[in-house]
Design a protein around this ligand. Structure first.
Ligand code: GLU
Length: 404
């Protein structure tokens, strides 16, 4: 990772004990209500600078950071002098087109002042729901992080129509966390966290600091509260928590209005933590292993089997044959020389392309396919072993099956 020049405040360092301190990759989401001043309709620049300073501190101690930022519609509607109240779909799309430029410009100015390259990534629902596009979006984000850039993500509101849009950045941020295997997601908004009841209406409402399981009771507590400027409320935050927890990612709901909102969380400010029961890597492998019906199969040789047992990726060189039809991004069975399913994984190639490069060296892929694909047929992060090789079928997982 590129070194980041950042001035650490005197004798200040984050305590490392919170999930935020322990995380390798952190997604931070900021809501429109924080970013855009309600009176002037402009970006809260002074506040934003303190948020950016926090993010740079995280990076300076070796953590990777992705920012999901709302605010495009709120900024654009002001510029276009659209009336207050609900906007028609095409009006919010127009507002997003105008506002997103301003938003990106503000991030560029603030971050580049600090020597950090900012990257704008606009996603649609389909980018996270369709396997093929999901893989592309994930690879792009990985590349940006590896190159030291700070990705700033928003929904591509200008092209997303009602049926195919998230509409709220809480869930978008959770999908980004899931897609990138982040271990911590921070939702900064105008609420402090989760209460047992609406704290404005019920003086007996109690604050909840930690949630380990999303029970129907917890979901009921979210109600349908909405913030005034953004689209999310507690309900979308709970949906985000569901996605994050299933992906092994910690999620924190915290008040974002004060300056240095991320630093405050580590300093012990009140917030609600949702704690998952597994890690992102384990959750991903579980999900791959649990695929009900793999699209096809890849048969491997003994050398590849040994490599996979040692935790390595599957290279085209170790593949002997493909079975069935599958697309890039589909989950396939990996069948050992004994003819039984040994592992499952997300394949980086379609069955046709896989057949053309099997048995070949990765350096030959470009010549054989006419494009530079991934070196690995199935990357080790995308692979889950479902059976010990040579294990009797009776002892194998129910998922294991003989492939003729
Ligand atoms: N994508 C919307 C925007 O930039 C915000 C969605 C939300 O409020 O969560 O204005």
């Amino acid at each position: 990772m590129r070194e980041v020049a950042v001035e650490l405040p005197n004798a200040y360092s984050f305590p490392m004990s919170s999930p935020l301190g322990a995380a390798r990759r952190i997604v931070v989401k900021v809501g429109s209500a924080l970013l855009v001043d309600r009176e002037s309709g402009r970006i809260n620049r002074g506040w934003l600078e303190t948020l950016v300073a926090d993010l740079l501190l995280l990076r300076a101690r070796g953590q990777q950071v992705i920012l999901v930022s709302s605010g495009a519609i709120a900024l654009g509607r002001r510029e276009l002098k659209l009336a207050t109240g609900a906007l028609r779909l095409e009006e919010s799309q127009a507002a997003a087109a105008v506002g997103q430029i301003r938003l990106a410009h503000a991030y560029k100015e603030i971050l580049e002042d600090q020597g950090v390259t900012v990257a704008q990534v606009l996603l649609t629902l389909e980018d996270s729901e369709r396997r093929r596009r999901y893989l592309n979006a994930r690879a792009t984000l990985e590349a940006l992080l590896a190159l030291g850039a700070l990705p700033v993500i928003n929904e591509n509101d200008t092209v997303a129509t009602a049926e195919i849009r998230y509409g709220d950045n809480d869930r978008l941020a959770a999908r980004v966390a899931q897609m990138t295997g982040a271990d911590c997601l921070v939702l900064l908004s105008d609420v402090e966290g989760l209460f047992t009841a609406d704290p404005h209406g019920d003086p007996g409402a109690q604050f909840i600091e930690t949630v380990r399981e999303l029970t129907p009771q917890i979901e009921a507590m979210a109600g349908s509260s909405r913030s005034e400027t953004g689209s999310g409320g507690m309900a979308t935050k709970i949906l985000a928590a569901k996605i994050a927890m299933a992906a092994g990612c910690h999620l924190c709901i915290a008040a974002g209005q004060p300056q240095h909102p991320v630093r405050r969380i580590e300093e012990g400010a009140r917030c609600t933590w949702f704690v998952p029961s597994s890690t992102p890597a384990a959750a991903r492998k579980q999900w791959i292993a649990g695929t009900l019906k793999p699209a096809g199969a890849i048969v491997i040789d003994a050398g590849a089997l040994k490599a996979l047992q040692e935790g390595k990726s599957l290279l085209p060189a170790g593949v002997v044959a493909t079975r069935g039809r599958f697309d890039r991004g589909d989950t396939v069975s990996i069948v050992g020389p004994d003819g039984y399913e040994f592992a499952r994984g997300i394949c980086a190639y379609s069955d046709g392309d896989a057949a053309r490069i099997l048995g070949r060296r990765s350096s030959e892929i470009e010549r054989l396919l006419g494009f530079r694909g991934r070196d690995e047929m199935i990357h080790r992060d995308d692979l889950a072993i479902v059976r010990a090789p040579g294990a009797a079928m009776a002892e194998t997982s129910a998922a294991a099956q003989a492939i003729p």
